[in-house]
Design a protein around this ligand. Sequence first.
Ligand code: GAL
Length: 346
Amino acid sequence: MRILISFVLAAGLWAQGQRTAFEPGAVWPDTEGKPIQAHGGGILLHQGVYYWYGEDKTLGNFNRTGVAVYSSKDLLNWKRAGLALPKDGVPELFRESGVCERPKVLYNKRTKKFVMWMHLDDKPYAVASAGVAVSDTAVGPFRFEGYSRPVKFDFGYPEKDRANQKELGGTYRDMNLFLDDDGRAYAFYSSEDNWTMYVVRLNAEFTGPELPVVQGKTWQRIMVKDQREGPAPFKYKGKYYLFSSACTGWKPNRASYAVAENILGPWTVKGDPSVGPEAETTFRSQSTYVLPAPGKRKDAFIFMADRWNPEKLQDSRYVWLPFVVQPDDKIELKWADRWDWSVFQK
Ligand code: GAL
């Protein structure tokens, strides 16, 4: 009996430590059994290890904790590596009642540095700027370099503008980074007070925009006046794809994706990829990242999204769903309560 009990206990522990399937929307514990805190997150694959960076909302809304980082070899079992950028790592304006959202990290092969970009804001969301931090290691701590608005463009400034874009440049809010095959990196972000998406090529160090910024050459306005957020770009067979959400705060809404031959556009909006029940709210979630799935299939990806819980932000869940890019750029995003890598064997 005692042997049986120990066997059952050991099997239970093993099962707890070793996840073998994704469960979108369920609590996702790290290898110590604590719910993963990496909201609005993104993934970096470096030397065979995946790093998941995201907002640690243990203490609720606002930047009260910092940017957390987890590591994994299989994308299922995540070990917490602490705070890559603790809240005190950014200027005071962006701590406690300010925000540090949607952090993303790239590795720069030339400088051998890890570079993090994030959306920094004050409480009224009027500072709306890009923060940049750099580290020698993937897990940090990252050193904060500064914050700014990468592009100033006269889109017809509103008369009353709490974000003062005429002087400071277009707002920088929901964002992502993309590293192209040629080693050049880009920032995608909601600008013009969330009305228009900007895509901006970064400098060789990835620490700022490529200078001088020249529209159509180093940056472009895309999905003009479409009010899109949660940009999640990826590339497949030489084409660029971009998932995004509508702009409704923590409330989920309909997703959409766009395709382009050239990263600076023109981008063609293809519409909502979600199918089935709750497609109209992206299965109650908002895009944050798209990751190429490990394995041989080059058309296989993971759509990563946040199911925000505004009443209890630390209990916001992750919705990761598999998809493939079909002929004619067709993408269908379907709900699954549970899935594993076998979905890509079909
Ligand atoms: C969402 C945005 C989130 C966060 C939230 C705050 O629209 O995607 O990252 O900023 O608003 O209300």
